[in-house]
Design a protein around this ligand. Structure first.
Ligand SMILES: *[C@@H]1O[C@H](CO)[C@@H](O)[C@H](O)[C@H]1NC(C)=O
Ligand SMILES: *[C@@H]1O[C@H](CO)[C@@H](O)[C@H](O)[C@H]1NC(C)=O
Ligand SMILES: *[C@@H]1O[C@H](CO)[C@@H](O)[C@H](O)[C@H]1NC(C)=O
Ligand SMILES: *[C@@H]1O[C@H](CO)[C@@H](O)[C@H](O)[C@H]1NC(C)=O
Ligand SMILES: *[C@@H]1O[C@H](CO)[C@@H](O)[C@H](O)[C@H]1NC(C)=O
Ligand SMILES: *[C@@H]1O[C@H](CO)[C@@H](O)[C@H](O)[C@H]1NC(C)=O
Ligand SMILES: *[C@@H]1O[C@H](CO)[C@@H](O)[C@H](O)[C@H]1NC(C)=O
Length: 484
């Protein structure tokens, strides 16, 4: 007995020693982390005297801490997240204990008004994020000091009123994000010190009316996000770089040919192209952009179904909320396409030629489709999800779903259907059927032929009512009383 207890104690001691002491009584330490979030702390908790910290990450978000005093941070930390604390004061030596180890600091929703002098003790800082904080004093000596090591800088909604010329002191930056700030005019020389280092640049919601000429010198840029500005022309992209991702959603781009021309130098590398919420009138001629996998063109003003050409590698195409009356011709040529989003248009018909065989997800909600015919879906179709809700669908022919043996999810809510389609009996893999909000739907003994199909799939999730009964109840109870 005694032996057992002693062994148990030794085991406990070993465990607590290898895990190290948690440096704060108020927090929980696990794996690499010191977790102090959501503790209602109104000041930094005191360090436990004599504790030797072996943890690396301090998470102290969502408290009410207003200041970080000296000696309140343990040694050996690599990362601290101060998010959602009304911090306004950071003592000059606050970070000294971890000065030679801290790499990542994050301040979101704080009351910081200046770049703190405490950063002067940091020699390894590589990533700094400050968001939604009313910075006023851009302490140049401190910025120069951290500029020597910093690689990732995010300043989002921090009260910048003009272009931060001090960026020239950050020669190793690979990632720069300056969003929700008034930065214009951006000087033509803005990135001259970052020409070969910068890989990812984000300037979102900054009232830009054009793509800054300063960008042209960025020879290693792979990702550019200029969403939610007022850009009308695609120009000044750095032609020497190999862009992989371009985000220009929520702008005012209308000139398709100009766009195509400007993208050409990136034909072999561009993989993601986001142009949702713009003013495009045609699908651009992008067939030479042979690496494109994902294209978002939703929420434009495209109506011509014969416009444009897209490269055959595309797997995901977003065309929702345009003015199409038919599924555009480009779609049928995309023999790798797996997801097509084309909701919120005015498409009247799905034709056999429209859909490539390998398509597995089709969202065509809120269009003008009235009927589904036997020849609507191609043989060996790979469709797994089909969203057809909010179409004025009134008839679905008996064999319409014959080629959809792999369909998992079908939505037919908010249509003009009056009967549960007998075509459902071909859907051997269906798991979810939405027939909700079909006010004209009735269930009669004419559909009793579907009972066997319903009973064979006890896990089928059916939504919707016909008259006073749920469709599910009709098929599990009432329809069995119909005479054969
Ligand atoms: C903290 O570090 C800074 C920069 O290395 C140094 O100047 C300062 O004296 C240190 N403070 C203390 C209290 O050791
Ligand atoms: C952009 O312009 C609008 C309207 O002039 C203004 O309300 C908004 O604050 C500006 N945004 C920024 C980030 O300066
Ligand atoms: C775009 O920016 C405006 C402010 O300029 C903001 O109110 C809006 O939420 C932003 N929209 C998106 C989609 O980011
Ligand atoms: C886009 O352009 C239209 C007119 O061409 C203008 O009414 C609208 O305000 C512009 N939108 C933005 C975000 O600049
Ligand atoms: C299934 O696919 C074939 C070949 O594409 C087509 O001819 C037929 O109309 C489709 N529908 C049915 C119900 O077989
Ligand atoms: C559908 O698949 C079957 C079996 O793999 C094959 O024999 C048939 O040719 C395919 N039909 C079409 C139109 O691809
Ligand atoms: C639904 O069907 C009724 C009766 O056939 C028709 O009068 C009505 O226009 C249809 N509604 C739509 C949106 O097509």
């Amino acid at each position: 007995m005694t032996t057992v207890i002693t062994t148990g104690l030794a085991f406990l001691l070993t465990v607590s020693l290898t895990m190290g002491d948690c440096p704060y009584q108020e927090c929980v330490c696990r794996n690499k982390d010191i977790k102090c979030q959501n503790q209602g702390l109104d000041k930094m908790p005191p360090l436990i005297a004599g504790s030797v910290n072996t943890y690396q990450v301090l998470m102290i978000q969502n408290n009410r801490i207003t200041s970080i005093p000296d000696k309140s941070i343990p040694s050996g930390l690599t990362e601290i997240d101060f998010g959602n604390n009304p911090i306004s004061d950071i003592a000059p030596s606050a970070f000294n204990n971890s000065g030679s180890t801290l790499e990542t600091l994050s301040f979101t929703n704080t009351r910081l008004t200046q770049i703190p002098d405490a950063f002067l003790s940091l020699t390894k800082l590589t990533s700094l994020t400050i968001k939604n904080s009313p910075l006023q004093n851009w302490n140049l000596d401190v910025l120069k000091h951290i500029g020597a090591s910093l690689r990732e800088l995010t300043l989002n909604n921090v009260g910048l009123r003009s272009w931060p010329a001090w960026i020239a002191n950050f020669p190793s930056l690979t990632d720069l994000s300056l969003s929700n700030s008034q930065l214009t005019p951006i000087p033509d020389t803005a990135f001259n010190m970052l020409t070969s280092s910068l890989k990812r640049l984000t300037i979102v919601s900054a009232n830009l009316t054009s793509i800054p000429r300063a960008l042209t010198v960025l020879s290693n840029l792979v990702s550019l996000d200029l969403s939610n500005n007022s850009i009308t022309e695609v120009e000044n992209l750095p032609s020497q770089s190999k862009l992989e991702s371009l985000s220009l959603g929520f702008n005012n781009v209308s000139d398709g040919p100009k766009l195509v021309n400007e993208l050409s130098p990136h034909a072999a590398s561009l993989t993601y192209l986001y142009l949702h919420f713009n003013q495009l009138l045609v699908i651009p001629q992008l067939d030479h952009m042979t690496s494109l996998l994902i294209i978002h063109l939703d929420n434009n003003k495209i109506s011509d179904p014969a416009s444009g050409l897209l490269p055959s590698k595309v797997i995901n195409l977003q065309l929702s909320a345009n003015n199409f009356q038919a599924i555009p011709n480009v779609v049928r040529q995309l023999n790798k396409l797996t997801s097509l989003f084309i909701s919120d248009n005015s498409i009247q018909e799905i034709r056999l030629i429209d859909l490539p065989v390998q398509l597995s997800h089709l969202d065509i909600q809120n269009n003008a489709v009235k009927t589904l015919q036997d020849n609507t879906f191609p043989a060996n179709s790979s469709l797994r999800t089909l969203y057809l809700s909010r179409n004025p669908l009134a008839s679905i022919s008996n064999s319409a779903f014959k080629n959809l043996s792999g369909l998992d999810t079908l939505t037919l809510g908010n249509t003009n259907l009056t009967r549960v389609p007998t075509a459902l009996s071909d859907l051997a893999s269906l798991n979810t059927l939405d027939l909700s909000q079909n006010p004209r739907l009735i269930c009669t003994c004419q559909e009793a032929g579907l009972v066997a199909w319903f009973q064979a799939r006890p896990n089928l999730n059916v939504l919707g009512t016909c008259g006073d009964d749920s469709v599910h109840d009709f098929f599990t109870n009432l329809a069995t009383q119909c005479r054969r």
